[in-house]
Design a protein around this ligand. Structure first.
Ligand code: FES
Length: 145
C-alpha cells in the first residue's frame, strides 16, 4: 500500500475517533441494581463499536466502570484473572489477562503507565446508569453479533 493510502486511512480513523469523542455523554440506563449486582464483573455493550464496550464491576457494594478493551494491545478487561488481587487492595484493580497490566478501577491508571478510560456510574431508585456517549446494553447489539 502507498503512503498516501495509509495517510488517508489514518486521517479517516482520526476523524471517526474525533466524531465519537465529541458526542456528549449522557446517563445510559443499564438495568436494575438487584440484577446487575449479582455479577462481580460483566461486559456492557456499546452501540457504536466493540472498543467502546464497558467492563462493569461490582466490588464491595460499589460499581466501577472501565473501558473493556485494554489500551495496551486490546486485551479484554471484563475478565477476572485473579479474584484475590482484585480484592486485596483498598481500591480494586483488574489485571489484563493478556500481558497482566494492572488497572486501578477508580482512576483507570495501570501500574505500568497506561490509562484506560473510566466512566461514572450512578444508582438512582435501584436503577444503574453509566455516563457514556453511546447507547449501552447488557446484550450485544445486532451489529456486534
Ligand atoms: S493487552 Fe492488556 S496488557 Fe497487553
Amino acid at each position: 500500500m502507498s503512503q498516501d493510502h495509509d495517510r488517508r486511512l489514518l486521517d479517516a480513523g482520526k476523524k471517526n475517533l474525533n466524531q465519537t469523542q465529541m458526542k456528549p455523554k449522557v446517563w445510559q440506563f443499564i438495568g436494575f441494581k438487584s440484577i446487575i449486582e449479582t455479577a462481580m464483573c460483566q461486559r456492557v455493550y456499546a452501540s457504536t463499536c466493540k472498543k467502546e464496550d464497558v467492563a462493569l464491576f461490582f466490588v464491595r457494594n460499589k460499581f466501577y466502570a472501565i473501558n473493556a478493551t485494554c489500551p495496551h494491545v486490546g486485551g479484554p478487561l471484563d475478565t477476572i484473572v485473579d479474584m484475590e488481587d482484585l480484592l486485596r487492595r483498598e481500591v480494586p484493580h483488574v489485571i489484563c489477562p493478556w500481558h497482566h497490566y494492572v488497572y486501578n478501577l477508580e482512576t483507570g491508571i495501570a501500574e505500568e503507565g497506561l490509562k484506560a478510560e473510566i466512566y461514572n456510574v450512578k444508582v438512582e431508585e435501584e436503577k444503574v446508569y453509566i455516563l457514556h456517549h453511546a447507547k449501552l446494553s447488557l446484550k450485544p447489539f445486532e451489529t456486534e453479533i
